[in-house]
Design a protein around this ligand. Structure first.
Ligand code: AMP
Length: 438
């Protein structure tokens, strides 16, 4: 049997894990769409692959994605080196430049959704090779107001997904000068004891020292415990910027914690950096990462354009939703299930189903059923009502309509089926509302 590639998964009409079930995707994507579009964020859908240099330039040569060879690259028949996107930012900025979007009124706000690809060595729950992100970029302004807006939108999307236990951690990696000062500081402090660091941290110390702080290795954590954090060494301007962001967030009542140790995995970040964590799914695993990346558009060959963005992993957000007791049940429950009780009725129910589907969710059996089996099929489909059709019904020009919850049964002329069904479903809706409101 040919199986799906390790670290990838199918999204089915329904399944136990939320990320493998279509209704959960609709829930998250609808929440994102509603919150973001109301704020004037337009959706952009770039291709899933690009010239590889889009990403080597955007994430930077020293990012894990490049260093640890997590990018899926291929050479096509024309000898071009292409890559499946390991993140959205590179693609979105490439498109922003290509379509001259810098001439639009600022800020330009863009969001995206879809699969991203990373050749994770050890795929596991929450760490896939094809996973999905909701990504948002705000381009053209370097005002702290925009940083606060980006963070607030993220917070509102996650809240709209039903998450309760989330924490926004806010920090700053300072300006490029601060970053290189901090990196020199780390080299000075850790250089002499680098043999004691894990292998990953030794590589990071060489290529992108700040990332050593992100190490999950306990030995590393002990060695770096006493070191200064990036926030302690940033310039007054960068501090001032961070204070501005905090002022807006407080004013807008978006809860956050300042975390002096926030660093970002990709080396294009400057100033504002943030993560969202969930109390239930482990301190180490961020649901979302984001930050400011002034200078990146230029690096990709575009005009001077400041920007800030974030991306969250949809599967991880779904895991957190599960923790928080969010229900993922779909709306696919049919209104009516038609049961043909003889061969002629098979075509009759199929025909009336196509008519009724203009208004209702309707399913039917595809071969004749005895009433017992037919009603069991109807119940299994989750339908509210079953309608049976056999020779007795044909003679009288009717369907036998059965409320599957109450067992109540009535005979309905076939021409009145839509009308009666509407009234019955309405009554059912009212009864359910009464039940909820007690
Ligand atoms: P990053 O671009 O590395 O900052 O990742 C942004 C978000 O994507 C993370 O916070 C995670 O929620 C998610 N993410 C990153 N890598 C994976 C992965 N291999 N599998 C699932 N989700 C991931």
């Amino acid at each position: 049997m040919i199986r799906s590639v390790k670290g990838t998964f199918d999204i089915l009409p329904d399944a136990k894990n939320p990320w493998e079930a279509q209704p959960a995707w609709e829930k998250v994507y609808c929440a994102a769409q509603e919150v973001l579009e109301r704020a004037g964020v337009g959706e952009i859908t770039p291709p899933v692959f690009e010239h590889a240099e889009v990403f080597t330039k955007s994430v930077g040569e020293s990012a894990d994605i490049v260093v640890q060879k997590e990018m899926y690259t291929l050479t096509d028949a024309g000898g071009r080196t292409l890559a499946l996107r390991p993140e959205f930012t590179g693609s979105v900025l490439r498109a922003y430049i290509e379509h001259g979007m810098h001439t639009r009124p600022t800020p330009v706000k863009l969001w995206s959704r879809g699969p991203v690809f990373r050749a994770e060595r050890q795929p596991q729950r929450g760490r896939f090779r094809q996973f999905h992100q909701v990504n948002c970029e705000i381009l053209g302004l370097d005002n702290p107001l925009v940083d606060a807006e980006a963070i607030t939108l993220l917070y509102q999307v996650l809240k709209a997904c039903g998450l309760k236990e989330i924490v926004v951690k806010l920090g700053s990696v300072g300006d490029p000068g601060d970053l290189s000062r901090y990196n020199s500081y780390l080299r000075e402090q850790l250089g002499p004891i680098q043999d004691k660091l894990s292998e990953t941290s030794q590589t990071r110390l060489r290529l992108n020292p700040m990332r050593v702080l992100d190490s999950k290795d306990e030995g590393d954590q002990k060695l770096i415990a006493g070191l200064k954090r990036p926030l302690e060494l940033i310039s007054d301007e960068a501090k001032h910027h961070l204070e501005g962001v905090q002022r807006f967030l407080r004013d807008w009542e978006v809860p956050f914690e300042v975390d002096p140790a926030i660093v970002r995995g990709l080396d294009y970040y400057r100033r504002t950096a943030f993560e969202v964590h969930h109390r239930g799914i482990g301190a180490q695993s961020a649901l979302c990462g984001g930050g400011r990346y002034d200078g990146l558009v230029e690096r990709l060959g575009g005009p001077v354009t400041p920007g800030i963005g974030w991306a969250f992993g949809v599967e991880r957000v779904m895991d957190a939703m599960l923790e928080d007791g969010v229900s993922f049940s779909g709306s696919a429950q049919p209104d009516l299930f038609l049961v043909p009780m003889d061969d002629d009725a098979v075509a009759e129910v199929a025909r009336i189903a196509t008519v009724l589907r203009a208004t209702f969710a309707v399913q039917h059996a595809y071969s004749k059923r005895n009433p017992g089996k037919g009603l069991r099929d109807a119940e299994r489909s989750g339908a509210h009502f079953a309608a049976l059709r056999g020779d007795r019904e044909r003679d009288r020009g009717v369907y036998t309509l059965k409320n599957l919850a109450s067992g109540e049964q009535l005979e309905v002329p076939e021409t009145d089926l839509a009308l009666v069904l509407t009234a019955q479903l309405e009554a059912l809706g009212r009864a359910q509302t009464d039940l909820v409101s007690g």
